[in-house]
Design a protein. Sequence first.
Length: 158
Amino acid sequence: MTSHNPFSHLDKSGRAKMVDVSEKPVTRRVAEASCRVILKPETVRALGEMPKGDAITVARLAGVQGAKRTAELIPLAHPLGLEQVEMEVIPEDCGVEIRSKVVVTARTGAEMEALVACSTAALALYDMVKGVERQAVITDLRLEQKSGGRSGDFRRQR
């Protein structure tokens, strides 16, 4: 490996490491992510009346909790004091779209928090519907956009 390492999460020996962000400026950072849970139309219609309760509310709350716990789940993620987590669980004909928005003023971005929020919400939704529909599929987890920080803004091309 050369003396210049283009991979920020690897040390000079190629081992994984947490990035030192202490020299970075504190800026406002926003990240948005999304995913889908594919369900049968009849399951979508019953999301508010699952045997375990309101699946949409549980998924939204799980997403917020997931975002707050990201550093415990992702080994090299920095713990962040999140200032806002917005969750949307939007029923569609054949499933739901889950969207998250995470805001933080910090030295590093909130992309992982937004992605973990969506994935945690999707898993909670699956848990709520699995007694009715075990064929639910979680798919298309992705960063939609981010702003702030040294690398600048990103917006997924549609």
